[in-house]
Design a protein around this ligand. Structure first.
Ligand code: CP3
Length: 345
């Protein structure tokens, strides 16, 4: 396979780049007035399910900010609905699944669907976005990882202590394992379909795996994410794979050898130390504190420079936030961040 020319893809693969590429998790979102204008007319799920609108909001940060990658506009819970679970998003509570999974019978009702059929609106959006993107800006597809999706499916929404999930893991491990495996089967088909529709890289969000003790990470998150990465790699060779855990500081060594090309690093760790612990085979993505974008612009620039400096002599760094950009973030600060990466990176 010939080497890509796009900065983002090169950095994912650890290849030399002329400048550090930059994009932001959740870069299409409520901090952007043009996103709020579209969202004012339709619900969040309708936005995800209407390819023209999903395409429009995916492109907004590309036009407004000049970032080096686009990320498909959707949500990690969209395939969960396709698996047969009711899903709604509310302003106060975020995602809600009113009929959470608690028993073996609940898990057995879950379907694994053909992503091109039942999630065809996602693939239509991928094709539209791919056709509309400027040269040099690849489209990133994504999915939630099995453990992280399982927390939503078992808790019924966002959680603080993940009590129901852990009750199932430890009280009925066979059912919990069957759940993770079924989710993994769905995630594999979903990510491969995204690659076939035009995504040039794929990110697996294991946002909540950082709430696990390391020994539980080894049992309940790592093996299922690894199977996803291996099977997606086999079906979509040449597509860089990114694995992100929020709060991975205690388990970084465990992320080696999982099968990802690049690891997303949250802001609660030092990037140079994280790289040293991950070893030279893995690229890294991150890791500005999303709240730093609420600080004065001079502080934003200083922090951007420090992160770039931590990677000065090594390829394989994609600049990003340590987690998603927050609603209310000043767009001017985001622009200053992108400009600083382009100037100093
Ligand atoms: O990064 C992007 O720009 C692409 C789109 C994207 C969204 N969600 C859009 C979204 C991606 C990649 C996600 C992933 C996602 N969704 C994750 C993993 C990454 C992470 O942030 O940790 C998780 C845990 C979710 C679940 C989820 N979706 C929550 C907890 C919420 C509510 C919190 C919030 O920000 O409102 C959502 C809703 C959501 N997903 C919004 C957006 C733009 C806001 C919905 C709105 O417009 O009202």
């Amino acid at each position: 396979m010939s080497e890509p020319t796009e900065l983002f893809l090169r950095a994912c693969m650890g290849l030399p780049v002329t400048r550090t590429p930059v994009w932001m998790m959740r870069q299409a979102g409520r901090y952007l007035p043009q996103y709020r204008a579209v969202r004012g007319k339709v619900s969040f799920l309708e936005l995800c399910k209407t390819p023209d609108l999903a395409c429009e909001v995916t492109l907004q940060p590309i036009r407004e900010l000049g970032v080096d990658a686009a990320i498909l506009f959707s949500d990690i819970l969209v395939p969960v609905e396709a698996m047969g679970m009711a899903l709604r998003f509310t302003e106060e509570h975020g995602p809600e699944l009113p009929a959470p999974l608690r028993t073996a019978a609940d898990v057995d009702k879950l379907r694994v669907v053909d992503a091109d059929d039942e999630l065809g609106f996602v693939m239509a959006a991928v094709r539209k976005i791919s056709a509309a993107l400027p040269a040099g800006v690849p489209l990133i597809g994504f999915s939630g990882a099995p453990f992280t999706l399982a927390t939503y499916m078992v808790e019924g929404g966002t959680s603080k202590n993940f009590i129901e999930t852990k009750k199932m893991m430890w009280g009925d491990p066979a059912t919990a394992r069957r759940l993770m495996d079924r989710i993994a089967d769905q995630v594999i088909g979903y990510m491969v379909a995204q690659a076939r529709a035009g995504c040039r890289a794929l990110q697996l969000f294991d946002t909540w795996a950082g709430i696990l003790a390391p020994s539980d990470f080894d049992l309940w998150a790592r093996p299922f994410a690894m199977r996803v990465l291996a099977e997606v790699r086999a079906a979509a060779p040449g597509v860089p794979l990114v694995y992100f855990v929020n709060g991975s500081g205690a388990i970084l060594e465990r992320l080696r050898g999982m099968g990802a090309d690049m690891i997303g690093i949250d802001w609660k760790q030092d990037l140079a130390e994280a790289r040293a612990r991950l070893g030279p085979a893995l690229a890294v993505q991150g890791n500005l504190d999303p709240v730093a974008l609420f600080a004065p612009v001079a502080e934003v620039e200083a922090r951007v420079k420090a992160i770039l400096e931590a990677n000065r002599k090594q390829p394989g760094h994609v600049f990003n936030l340590g987690h998603g950009v927050l609603p209310g973030t000043p767009v001017e600060s985001v622009k200053a961040m992108v400009a600083a990466v382009k100037q100093y990176g």
